[in-house]
Ligand binder design. Structure first.
Ligand code: GDP
Length: 170
């Protein structure tokens, strides 16, 4: 099944989104010994097919100075393995330097990249997501990972950009 990745800096709501999409259909993968939660894989049924999801946000270094490089390392892995990327930002905070650098890296890849502006918990504040257009995306998706608002529109767009899966054997 096609795979899409969820990227973004810590605390923007990646794992909340991942958990909402996958429910209990997930598994933890550690890359190196001693790391218990690196990337987490899951599945969601959408639009009559299965999409695989990876949450890249597992390891947050204790040393804050190392966080940007860890975000980029995870993004590089995501770009290698995933067909599409959802970059998540916190709609209630200012655009941070790592958001800018990450969006550049992702857009440059030429892969289908979607910007999810999270924590837009009501229809009333959802238009604020437009402020994040300056990150260079043609389209932004206001979502509330916690309440589910906008998540369907995001998945529709991601699903449409993913390669079609082979039909099941009759
Ligand atoms: P991650 O580090 O990017 O995986 O972020 P988490 O999923 O752990 O979420 C970070 C914080 O943001 C937690 O306190 C969540 O409860 C909160 N959060 C996540 N999604 C939403 C949302 O849609 N609305 C609001 N208001 N808070 C959210």
């Amino acid at each position: 099944a096609p795979l899409f990745a969820i990227c973004g800096r810590p605390n923007v709501g990646k794992s909340t989104l991942f958990n909402r999409l996958t429910g209990t259909r997930r598994s933890i993968v550690g890359d190196e010994p001693g790391i218990t939660r690196d990337r987490i894989y899951g599945e969601v049924d959408w639009d009559g097919r299965v999409l695989r999801i990876v949450d890249t946000g597992g390891v947050i270094p204790d040393d804050e100075a190392l966080i940007p490089s860890e975000i980029f390392r995870q993004a590089q892995v995501a770009l290698e393995e995933a067909e599409a990327i959802v970059m998540v930002v916190d709609g209630r905070s200012e655009i941070a330097a790592p958001d800018l650098e990450l969006s550049r890296l992702l857009i440059r890849s030429g892969k289908p990249i979607f910007l999810a502006v999270n924590k837009m918990d009501t229809e009333k504040i959802a238009p604020q997501a437009e402020n994040f257009r300056t990150l260079g995306f043609k389209e932004v998706f206001p979502i509330s990972a916690e309440h589910g608002l906008g998540v369907g529109d995001l998945l529709d767009a991601v699903s449409a950009a993913m390669p079609a899966t082979e039909p099941e054997e009759a």
